[in-house]
Unconditional design. Structure first.
Length: 279
């Protein structure tokens, strides 16, 4: 076999059809690639403790989580960069003053107020009900509640914030207001209106974590491919030898990738792996 390749896969919109389904071809592609001696890693904005068990059951060599604040190689932690407490306090003060609804992520879990939890549960049920597909395998419901009460969070362990706003320009406004200490990107949460985004520390991205993983494994970035559909995937497109956007990614994001595969429901990962010789 030629030298092994390494692939970094986003979760929502790439492996999971936004929390609802996993294509059988995706499971087969990941398992076949690993059986052939290649490495396959998750690369997600989710907290490690919030990755759906059906995704983890596919089997991976490690994971980047929280948008790059954490990374593991097998069971070994190679990146662990929670936000400084002063930055967390600044961020919370800003979002509270601006009337922005938000969730805070640690590596273990996602925390939100009861009001935000109810609103997100209602939005999720509404979106899933309107995107049913009897021909696509369904993921099993998570056995534990997805969110924990914001009152219980340890603010020294915050890795990232996710916010929701009625304003359509909330992402641009937040970046302008928070300036260069923070990295603000548009989120992929399906909302009926307004906008949502993700906030981490400047320099903490999926791309920075991928470089740490590749250095640990002594693998050249040219041997890496990355696949995603969201704006927090841009930096992993930039650092990997080949950056691949899903067919369901926004058109503007597709232009930033080296190539585009088919959609999450149309064997996107399988087709990309096939093209690049992982399967």
């Amino acid at each position: 076999m030629a030298s092994p390749r390494i692939a970094f896969l986003d979760v929502d919109g790439t492996i999971l059809d936004h929390g609802k389904t996993i294509a059988r071809s995706t499971i087969d592609a990941v398992r076949s690639a690993r059986a052939a001696g290649h490495y396959v890693y998750l690369s997600t904005g989710r907290a490690a403790g919030d990755i759906h068990p059906d995704v983890l059951d596919i089997g991976f060599d490690g994971a980047i989580s929280n948008g790059g604040a954490y990374a593991t190689v097998g069971d070994l932690s190679v990146v662990a960069n929670p936000m400084p407490r002063a930055a967390v306090d600044e961020l919370i003060t800003y979002m509270d003053a601006a009337g922005i609804l938000y969730l805070l992520q640690t590596n273990a879990a996602v925390y939100a107020s009861p009001h935000v939890q109810k609103m997100l549960d209602d939005l999720t049920r509404s979106w899933m009900a309107s995107h049913g597909d009897e021909d696509t395998p369904q993921t099993a419901p998570q056995e534990v509640p997805r969110f924990r009460d914001a009152a219980d969070i340890d603010l020294t362990q915050v890795a990232k914030a996710v916010f929701l706003s009625e304003r359509t320009d909330a992402v641009e406004r937040a970046q302008a207001d928070l300036k260069d200490q923070f990295h603000v990107v548009a989120g992929s949460m399906p909302l009926p209106g307004g906008s949502n985004g993700e906030i981490g520390m400047r320099g903490t991205t999926k791309g920075s974590a991928i470089l740490s993983v590749l250095t640990h494994l002594a693998i050249d970035p040219s041997a890496a491919i990355s696949i995603g559909d969201s704006w927090n995937d841009v930096e992993m497109f930039e650092v990997c030898g080949v950056g691949i956007a899903m067919g369901n990614a926004p058109a503007a994001l597709q232009k930033l990738a080296d190539e585009v595969t088919t959609s999450v429901r149309d064997d996107g990962i399988w087709n990309a792996f096939r093209k690049h010789g992982l399967i």
